[in-house]
Design a protein around this ligand. Structure first.
Ligand code: HEM
Length: 429
């Protein structure tokens, strides 16, 4: 049980049901529940006997910075005994692959992928009534498979899409099922995971046999690494990367489309910048577009809630935590906290354009922080900025409706539909 470092009391929090705790109320309205508890109990509160929620920037930063050492980022979609030693071993294997992959994900590599991204955008985003999240998921599925595997990507976007679709229903409920549970959901997830890993294994085997370890894509970088990665490590890392590079950017872009549709003033400035830059510009050519993307990620961070498992007995914010306890924080709530942000609910891209004005420490974390910060930060920012510029440059977007934010998994404006129409380019231009 979490207790005060100097005593035995727990952080305050709602009592909840004697058996199910607060699960039912939380699942009914996750963000609303956290907001109410924060208002009532303050910056640290108990969610249940083994879970606390922290909200101050310093506590959040400590949690992220001490991940791997005192906290674990490893999660499972299934219920089961919490084996922190196994989780720590998995974290170590992941971290080695992560270090090797880093050189394949920095800004220069990301920018060199931009021309290919342009082609994929033209192929995937077309005219007509569009389910925005579905289209953007399709686009990012292809983009990430291409970035990781280039010419060996056949069949991977489809397998990825099935894996994402199979994770979705499991992540929407706090009541986890064990992996042996005889249900369609669990079987579907397991099948999709095995299929994707088998595809990765096949591609890795073919590349090893061909002996072409050039760094033309992320797999090439991993194979050429001198860190001695096993095939299994590479396969799991690639699967992790491809899943992370699909749903989150797709959700972010869906919010971008939503905000472009709601704010004609912002859209006009974006369009002016798109018109004055080339077909595949550098990020430096798009300062307003980049500021807009940052601001959308502040208002609507797709990874709106982050959790950690306590690896070994430790302390956070004056509270003692036991091995296996859970700690949560909401990035969405942090990004909209009026203590740290002026006019927090309003989209103001200009707040990112004045170098004299920077956010208060640890109050802006759309990519996380610390040893498990997003490895795709630069690639992701580049993709979102370029695609935003292509969207306003190429397409007319017919007004999105008001949407209800969906906090049950990734934060998305579920069901957002818009009409897209390719702009007519005058002859001779
Ligand atoms: C474009 C918008 C993106 C956003 C907002 C975003 C956000 C995040 C956040 C908040 C985390 C940390 C989660 C945690 O601490 O538990 C994370 C982790 C991660 N992201 Fe991203 N991400 C984006 C794009 C990408 C891309 C393009 C890639 C792939 C190249 C990627 C790969 C990863 C991976 C592999 C992790 C896990 C890192 C680890 O645990 O070591 N992300 N991302």
């Amino acid at each position: 049980m979490t207790t005060r470092a100097s005593g035995s009391e727990r952080p305050p929090g709602p009592r909840g049901h004697w058996l199910f705790g607060n699960t039912e109320e939380y699942d009914r309205d996750r963000n609303g529940f956290l907001e109410r508890c924060h208002r009532e109990y303050g910056d640290v509160f108990s969610h249940d006997a083994r879970t606390i929620v922290v909200s101050s920037p310093d506590q959040v930063h400590a949690l992220l910075a001490r991940t791997n050492k005192d906290f674990l980022a490893e999660t499972s979609p299934f219920a089961g005994p919490m084996d922190t030693e196994r989780m720590a071993a998995a974290a170590e294997l992941w971290t080695t692959a992560r270090r090797a992959g880093w050189q394949g994900l920095h800004r220069r590599v990301a920018q060199s992928h931009a021309a290919r991204l342009r082609e994929l955008f033209r192929e995937t985003v077309g005219d007509g009534e569009t389910d925005v999240y579905a289209t953007m998921s399709d686009f990012f599925g292809r983009a990430t498979a291409d970035f990781c595997l280039s010419t060996d990507a056949a069949g991977v976007p489809e397998a990825l899409a099935e894996q994402v679709a199979a994770i979705d229903p499991l992540s929407r409920s706090s009541l986890q099922l064990p992996p042996w549970w005889p249900s369609r959901r669990v079987r579907r997830f397991t099948r999709a995971r095995e299929r994707l890993l088998a595809l990765m294994a096949e591609v890795v085997r073919r590349r090893r046999e061909a002996g072409t370890a050039s760094a033309e894509d992320l797999l090439g970088v991993l194979l050429a690494s001198d860190r001695g990665l096993s095939d299994l490590q590479i396969e799991r890392f690639l699967r992790g990367i491809m899943l992370a590079a699909l749903g989150v950017p797709a959700a972010a872009l869906t919010w971008i489309v939503y905000e472009i549709g709601r704010r004609p003033d912002v859209r006009a400035r974006l369009a002016a910048e798109a018109a004055s830059s080339g077909d595949v510009p550098e990020l430096e050519d798009l300062p307003y577009t980049e500021a807009f993307v940052k601001e959308v990620l502040r208002l609507w961070p797709p990874t709106w809630l982050i959790g950690r498992t306590v690896r070994r007995e430790t302390e956070l914010g004056g509270w003692r935590l036991r091995t296996g306890d859970q700690v949560l924080f909401s990035m969405y709530r942090l990004h909209r906290d009026p203590r740290w942000w002026a006019d927090p609910d309003r989209l103001v891209p200009e707040r990112w354009l004045d170098p004299q004005v920077t956010p208060a420490r640890h109050t802006y974390l759309p990519f996380g922080a610390g040893p498990r910060v997003c490895v795709g930060t630069q690639l992701g920012m580049m993709q979102l900025t370029l695609v935003t510029s292509w969207l306003v440059g190429d397409m007319e977007i017919a007004g999105p409706q008001e949407v209800t934010p969906d906090f049950s998994g990734l934060l998305v404006p579920r069901g957002l539909r818009v009409g897209l129409r390719r702009k007519v380019v005058p002859q001779g231009v």
